[in-house]
Design a protein around this ligand. Structure first.
Ligand code: NAD
Length: 494
């Protein structure tokens, strides 16, 4: 069985004291082993990144930009190949995998504008004969730790900007679908990135802890579940590093009675069940105001009947399996417990039969979900849509604002005033108005509020340039030495 290796200083490294199986979720079969890094292997990757740093820092901005222009072309050309890798290890359907690559490309395109992004500021004559300017310099070696659900897009959220800003990187992808990161690292190399600027270590907590504790690593970007995000934030910041740690979500879609029901049902089904609900911006709760639920639920049921669930490589499939057998059991247990929590299971995904040993489950729709139930409070991360009924808009917004997560949210309405009010008062980092999954385009930054993000900087886009650089402010004067004298007073700006 092939071993998925690390990638250090431009080479594949098969350093595997331990290994872990990588499954094809559509068949349930183990297809590869992935190397699980020891602390020594991670130290080796950190050392490679440290060695590559001085030369990469000195590389001209035009040469750096060249890498991203080349990478953009390569990623476009190789999209079918990379999408097939994603589908074989993650399970999402091929079109969805290609979609994730396209969204990741936005970050590459953003990074290729690095000349503009890294511009400093200058102020002339701030005091007589004195000028001030600022520059943005890299922070050094940075760590990128990513989840299973977007094995291409989320690494690109981090590494494109980090590298463009002159840093070197150690990427620790998810051990569940590790091949995509290796493919990306080799594509970067083909695009002209010098060896050691981007290193990949495969592994688990041992690798992550080594990165968090290394004094060489200056900044940590993490995306994953909330308990891990919280602990990463605490450990890395206690070690004096910059940290951005994005966590889990429970994204609410508020439906007002005036919303177009067909359009809203299309959006709810797409956003709840796309990628089997394994998206951090998936809609997992519909908050239906007034009588909207009575019209929306049958419309959603109609659409569910027509969904095709199957192997992601089959062009007819609209939804694939879950990532692991454990994930499927976990999702099933929430559906099993829903009725006891006072909800009505309208469609039970456990009842759908699938041939073979893939990690498939059908989609579920649960009505009359109570705000104090586990189905409502927890991130299920599967194809389960909960419907909470409320009487008023105010009650709906209050529910959303009281939830521990604040990643994305959306309102569906034809009323511009209500939409504006929602934007103003809702407590979430990303808001959609008649848009169910409002993932910002690459020229903006992505991030949630509350337990969906630890740290104060959002990921990719302009905030990433801030995160991956240190600013230096330089004050300059060129006085006539003849006029020089000792002056113990505090310098004032006259
Ligand atoms: P996860 O937290 O289990 O794993 C994320 C990363 O952390 C992986 O690289 C994993 O190897 C590592 N890890 C796991 N346990 C660890 C530990 N104890 N110590 C140190 N490192 C550890 O998340 P996942 O299951 O891979 O991904 C799904 C989660 O990610 C969901 O909660 C989802 O909402 C979240 N997510 C959030 C966003 C966002 O932008 N906010 C985006 C994508 C996914």
């Amino acid at each position: 069985m092939a071993l998925i290796p690390h990638f250090i200083a431009g080479e594949r490294v098969e350093d595997a004291a331990r290994t872990q199986p990588v499954f094809n979720p559509a068949t349930g079969a183990e297809q590869h082993e992935v190397a699980v890094a020891s602390a020594e292997t991670v130290e080796r990757a950190i050392a490679a990144a440290q060695r590559a740093l001085p030369a990469w820092r000195k590389t001209s901005l035009t040469k750096r930009a060249d890498v991203f222009f080349n990478l953009r072309q390569l990623l476009k050309q190789r999209t079918p190949e990379l999408a097939a890798i994603v589908t074989s290890e993650h399970g999402k359907v091929l079109s969805d995998a290609a979609g994730e690559i396209a969204r990741g490309l936005e970050n590459v395109e953003f990074a290729s504008g690095l000349m503009q992004l890294l511009k400093g500021e200058r102020d002339e004559q701030v005091s007589t004969g004195v000028d001030v300017h600022s520059v943005k310099q890299p922070v050094g070696v940075v760590a990128a730790i990513t989840p299973f659900n977007f094995p291409v897009m989320v690494p690109l959220w981090m590494i494109a900007s980090a590298i463009a800003c002159g840093n070197t990187v150690v990427l620790k992808p998810s051990e569940r679908d590790p091949s995509a990161s290796l493919f990306i690292a080799e594509l970067f190399r083909e695009a002209g990135l010098p060896d050691g600027v981007l290193n990949v270590v495969q592994g688990d907590k041992v690798a992550v802890d080594t990165l968090l504790d290394s004094p060489v690593v200056k900044a940590v970007s993490f995306v994953g579940s909330t308990p891990i995000a919280r602990s990463i934030y605490q450990r890395a910041s206690a070690n004096g590093k910059r940290v951005q740690a994005l966590g889990g979500a429970k994204n609410h879609m508020l439906v007002l009675p005036d919303a177009d029901i067909d359009m809203t049902a299309d959006a709810a089904v797409s956003a709840a069940y796309g990628s089997a609900g394994e998206r951090c911006m998936a809609v997992s709760v519909v908050v239906a105001v007034g009588d909207s639920a009575d019209r929306l639920i049958p419309a959603i049921q109609d659409r569910i009947k027509n969904l095709t669930i199957g192997d992601g490589t089959d062009p007819a499939s609209e939804m694939g399996p879950l990532i692991t057998a454990e994930a499927r059991e976990r999702v099933a247990s929430y559906v099993a417990g829903a009725a006891d929590e006072g909800a009505t299971v309208v469609v039970d995904g456990r009842e759908q039969h699938f041939d073979g040993n893939g990690f498939f489950i059908g989609v579920s729709l649960i009505d009359h979900v109570q705000a104090d139930s586990k189905v409502y409070r927890d991130e299920i991360f599967g194809p389960v849509l909960a419907v909470v009924r409320v009487d008023t808009y105010e009650e709906g917004v209050q529910l959303i604002n009281d939830h521990q997560y604040g990643n994305g949210t959306a309102i569906f309405t034809r009323d511009g005033g209500a939409a504006r009010q929602f934007e103003f008062e809702v407590e979430a980092g990303m808001v959609g108005i008649n848009v169910p999954i409002p993932v910002p385009v690459g020229s903006f930054s992505f991030g949630g509020w509350k337990d969906s993000l630890f740290g104060d900087t959002h990921i990719y886009g302009p905030e990433s340039v801030h995160f991956y650089t240190r600013s230096k402010v330089v004050t300059t004067r060129w006085p006539d030495p003849e006029s020089s004298q000792v002056d113990l007073g505090f310098p004032s700006n006259h």
